[in-house]
Design a protein around this ligand. Structure first.
Ligand code: ADP
Length: 421
């Protein structure tokens, strides 16, 4: 099996989100964590999603890593390239969406591509080329204050064009998208005839994303949030090129489960509180005690082993407590300490035979997977939108549920346990 679709995602949880979408829509999907080396074998899958950390990296690094990842996929036979970015189009005037897209266009010899961060299920819609976050235009939403990529213009063409060196960015608007794939293709042809190579696409519903997916059949290069992942697999299915059946199944993975949380988002705080309130074993990890050495990863692991049911170790704290901790220890030091401790617990658990890990936090997931040496993950059933169960490709696979801060219902930890492979 060679990959048909090769995707390059600009961050870890975004990659998981897209992989989840593709697997649900019928493609056997593998996640590759980090930039692959040219000689690494490409996993057997219908879609491979490379998870980079390029969203806010220096432009040249983002371009180089993205191009290297695509070359690796193309060499294995991938036919269509998908550049995946955030549903809020996180970028600056310099990049990285425009420069990466331009470089991948060159690589794939594409004469035209689309831009569509829409994710209606999460309230991200595009109308007349303007991105909305629920009822607010992007530049009036909390994203206007993002510390690294403040989004101060909801007009995506106007935001993107400077990133493309001033290139014209066209619009495939609501009437065409509403009319379906043929109308979208006609509009693409009209733009191309005028020499336009880039177009933002309106999308207000999953139906619009499905139509766009259909219209993108055979295009060498597309860019989008995860939403387009809903529509593209159908093209390969209709051409009879997918194995078919249920694509998001994992092998059965028996054994103990460990839960680790290093996310301090509002959603994770509520999820940890709910788990604790349900009387489930919960250990609150205090970074200050860790810094003083009065509590260690080994102490936490001993406590975990003494529990009779799956137990959660959480550094999760509400914002005011986090600020207190950061003031005492320094922001980076506190984060490093928490990540190192949760990673050490994961290693002790793995060495003791634990085979299932539920991890909350994007950075935390990155730290834990890298400590466990995880590089490739087969994508399984969905726990919550954007969060699938995954499994390593080893002979004795480990199952992982990796949740970014804001994802999941309040019952997320119990939901993950219930759906474990
Ligand atoms: P999210 O996905 O919610 O953003 P991340 O894991 O990406 O979660 O980021 C949370 C960061 O905060 C991590 O680097 C983690 O180590 C750090 N952290 C976790 N708990 C605390 C705490 N109590 N005080 C300070 N920093 C913390």
């Amino acid at each position: 099996m060679k990959p048909l679709l090769g995707a390059v995602a600009d961050d870890f949880t975004g990659a998981t989100d897209l992989a989840n979408m593709l697997a649900r829509a019928g493609m056997r999907t593998v996640l590759a964590l980090g930039k692959p080396a040219a000689g690494d074998p490409v996993p057997q899958a219908e879609a491979v999603v490379v998870a980079l950390k390029s969203r806010t990296a220096p432009v040249t690094e983002a371009v180089d890593d993205s191009v290297a990842s695509w070359r690796w996929l193309a060499a294995a036979g991938a036919e269509q390239c998908y550049f995946k970015y955030c549903s809020t189009f996180d970028s600056t005037h310099e990049g990285n969406i425009g420069p990466v897209a331009a470089a991948l266009m060159d690589e794939t010899v594409a004469d035209f591509t689309v831009y569509c961060p829409a994710f209606p299920e999460a309230g991200r819609t595009i109308y007349q080329g303007h991105l909305f976050v629920f009822a607010q235009p992007l530049d009036e939403s909390p994203l206007k204050d993002h510390p690294l990529t403040p989004m101060t213009d909801a007009n995506l063409a106007r935001w993107l064009s400077p990133q493309l060196g001033g290139a014209e960015v066209g619009l495939i608007g609501f009437p065409d998208v509403e009319a379906g794939a043929a109308a979208i293709q006609a509009r693409m042809a009209a733009l191309k005839a005028k020499g336009v190579r880039h177009a933002v696409v309106d999308a207000l519903t999953d139906g619009h994303l499905a139509a766009l997916g259909e219209a993108c059949e055979g295009m060498p290069f597309v860019t989008a949030g995860s939403g387009l992942g809903l529509g593209l697999p159908g093209n390969f299915a209709r051409a009879g090129r997918l194995v078919g059946g249920q694509a998001d199944q994992l092998p059965e993975i028996a054994g103990e489960t460990v839960l680790l949380s290093g996310s301090c988002s509002a959603a994770t705080n509520a999820q940890v509180a709910r788990w604790e309130a349900d009387g489930r074993p919960t250990l609150r990890l205090d970074p200050i005690a860790l810094a003083e050495g009065s509590f260690t990863a080994a102490t936490a692991w001993e406590w975990m082993q003494a529990q009779n049911s799956p137990a959660l170790v959480a550094a999760t704290q509400p914002p005011e407590k986090v600020r207190e901790t950061q003031a005492k220890l320094g922001t980076e030091q506190a984060a490093d300490l928490v990540e190192a401790t949760l990673s050490a617990i994961a290693i002790m658990a793995r060495d003791a035979g634990v085979q299932r890990f539920i991890v909350a936090g994007g950075e935390t997931s990155g730290a834990v997977t890298s400590a466990l040496g995880v590089q490739r993950l087969s994508v399984g059933p969905q726990i919550a939108p954007g969060v699938p169960w995954c499994a390593t490709l080893d002979a004795q696979p480990i199952a992982l549920a990796l949740k970014s801060g804001n994802f999941g219902a309040e019952s997320f930890f119990a939901d993950a346990l219930e759906t474990a492979p």
